[in-house]
Design a protein around this ligand. Structure first.
Ligand code: C2E
Ligand code: MG
Ligand code: MG
Ligand code: MG
Length: 290
C-alpha cells in the first residue's frame, strides 16, 4: 500500500492487497463488471520538447500518453501492472483496448474543440493486432469521434512488434496510411534487429525508463541512451525518453540530443480535468508573454 506522492488524494492499491488472493477467473469477471460500470479511467501524462523542458511544468508540450487505471471505489487506484497481464492472457484486452482507444480519441477531440490540438499516444497490446479487424477499429474510432488521424499515435512495445513481425508490420502499414503515427515503446528491452527496425513503419523510439534511470549512475545506461538517440536519428525517427525524474537526467538528455521527454520531472499522469486546467493555464501564460 503506497500513498500517491502527488496530491495524496488516492490510495494506490498493491496487487497483493486487492487482487492477489483472487483467481484469474475472478479478476476477469471483475474486469468485465468494471468496464460496464465505468470503473476504468484514463490518466494523461505530458510529453514535452527536451529543449524547452522545465521541471514541474509541461512547457513545449507535444502530446500526452494515455495510461489506464482501475478505480473500483473512490480513492482506490489499481495500476495497470496489476490487471493488464490477466486481461492480455484472457483476451479481455480486446474490449478493454477498444475502450481505451475510443476514450482517448474522444478526450483528444474535446481538447481540440477547446483549441488545443494535443496528440494522444495510446498503448496497444500485441494481442490487439490479432483481432483481425484492428485497422478497421482504428479507422472507425477516428471517424466516430472526429479526431484527425495525425492527433493519434499508437505505442507498441518492442517485444510486441517482434512477436509476429510480418503480421504486425502489415497492420501497422495500413493504419499508418490513415495518417496515424507509431512509436516503439520500451525500446532497448526487446530484440529488435536493425534490419527489422529499418522495415517497421514507425515514427518514434521511446527509450525505456530503465536506461534513463541508470544514466546518472556508473554503468552503461548513458551509452545505451546515446546509442538509441543516434540510431533514431540515423533512421529518421524521433526519440523520446520515458521515466525522466531528475534535472541531471534532463541535462544529460539535452546534451545527447534526445528530442522529447516524459516523466515525473515534468508531470505525473493526471486525469482529464486536471490536464485541461494545465492547458488553460499555459494558454493564459502564453497570452501574457505575447
Ligand atoms: P509504458 O507505456 O511504458 O508507460 C510508462 C509508465 O511509466 C507508466 O506507468 C507511467 O505512469 C510511468 N512513468 C512515467 N513517468 C515516470 C517517471 O518519471 N518515473 C517512474 N517511476 N515511472 C514513470 P503505468 O501507468 O503504471 O503503466 C505501466 C504500463 O502499463 C505501461 O508502460 C504500458 O505498457 C501499460 N499500459 C498502461 N495503460 C495501458 C493501456 O491503456 N493499454 C495497454 N495495452 N497498456 C497500457
Ligand atoms: Mg507507453
Ligand atoms: Mg514505455
Ligand atoms: Mg515501460
Amino acid at each position: 500500500l503506497a500513498k500517491d506522492a502527488g496530491k495524496g488524494l488516492y490510495r494506490y492499491a498493491s496487487g497483493e492487497m486487492e487482487l492477489a488472493n483472487k483467481s484469474r477467473l475472478e479478476i476477469e469477471a471483475k474486469m468485465h463488471q468494471a468496464l460496464a460500470n465505468n470503473e476504468f479511467v484514463l490518466f494523461y501524462q505530458p510529453q514535452t520538447k527536451t529543449s524547452e523542458a522545465i521541471p514541474g511544468s509541461p512547457f513545449g508540450l507535444v502530446g500526452v500518453e494515455a495510461l489506464i487505471r482501475w478505480i473500483p471505489e473512490p480513492n482506490l487506484i489499481i495500476p495497470p501492472g496489476d490487471f493488464l497481464p490477466v486481461a492480455e492472457e484472457s483476451g479481455f484486452i480486446s474490449p478493454l483496448g477498444d475502450w481505451v482507444l475510443l476514450q482517448s480519441c474522444k478526450d483528444a477531440k474535446k481538447w481540440l474543440d477547446m483549441g488545443f490540438p494535443v496528440q494522444v499516444s495510446v498503448n496497444v497490446a500485441a494481442r490487439q493486432f490479432d483481432q483481425g479487424n484492428f485497422t478497421e477499429r482504428v479507422r472507425s474510432t477516428l471517424a466516430t469521434t472526429g479526431l484527425p488521424a495525425e492527433l493519434l499515435k499508437l505505442e507498441v512495445t518492442e517485444s510486441g512488434c517482434m512477436r509476429n513481425i510480418s503480421q504486425v508490420t502489415e497492420i501497422m502499414c495500413r493504419i499508418r496510411e490513415l495518417g496515424v503515427t507509431f512509436a516503439i515503446d520500451d525500446f532497448g528491452t526487446g530484440y529488435c534487429s536493425l534490419q527489422y527496425l529499418h522495415r517497421l513503419p514507425v515514427d518514434c523510439l521511446k527509450i525505456d525508463q530503465s536506461f534513463v534511470r541508470s544514466m546518472d549512475k556508473k554503468g552503461n545506461g548513458a551509452d545505451i541512451v546515446s546509442a538509441v538517440i543516434s540510431m533514431a536519428r540515423a533512421f529518421g525517427l524521433a526519440s523520446i525518453a520515458e521515466g525522466v525524474e531528475t534535472f541531471d537526467q534532463l541535462e544529460m538528455l539535452q546534451t545527447r540530443g534526445c528530442e522529447q521527454i516524459q516523466g515525473f520531472l515534468v508531470s505525473r499522469p493526471m486525469h482529464f480535468e486536471a490536464f485541461v486546467k494545465v492547458l488553460t493555464a499555459q494558454k493564459e501564460l502564453c497570452v501574457q508573454i505575447d
